[in-house]
Ligand binder design. Structure first.
Ligand SMILES: [Zn+2]
Length: 64
């Protein structure tokens, strides 16, 4: 990839709002761990949902 293409790719990633899709999840003693991926750019994230009625929060910074 050229530097210009890489830069354009970074800008495209910066301007869109990630649309997270849950790829998999499992229950732990801490709550439910959700493995999510942005359908648009493919960035992955791991969320933890402590309680079924509470919103998930990110456990990690966006990966790759
Ligand atoms: Zn995205």
């Amino acid at each position: 990839m050229t530097d210009i293409a890489a830069e354009l790719s970074r800008r495209a990633d910066a301007i869109h709002e990630h649309g997270w899709l849950t790829e998999s999840s499992h229950q732990t003693s801490e709550g439910r761990v959700l493995y999510v991926r942005c359908a648009r750019c493919g960035v992955r994230r791991v969320d933890l949902q402590p309680h079924p009625l509470s919103p998930p929060r990110s456990m990690s910074r966006d990966l790759g």
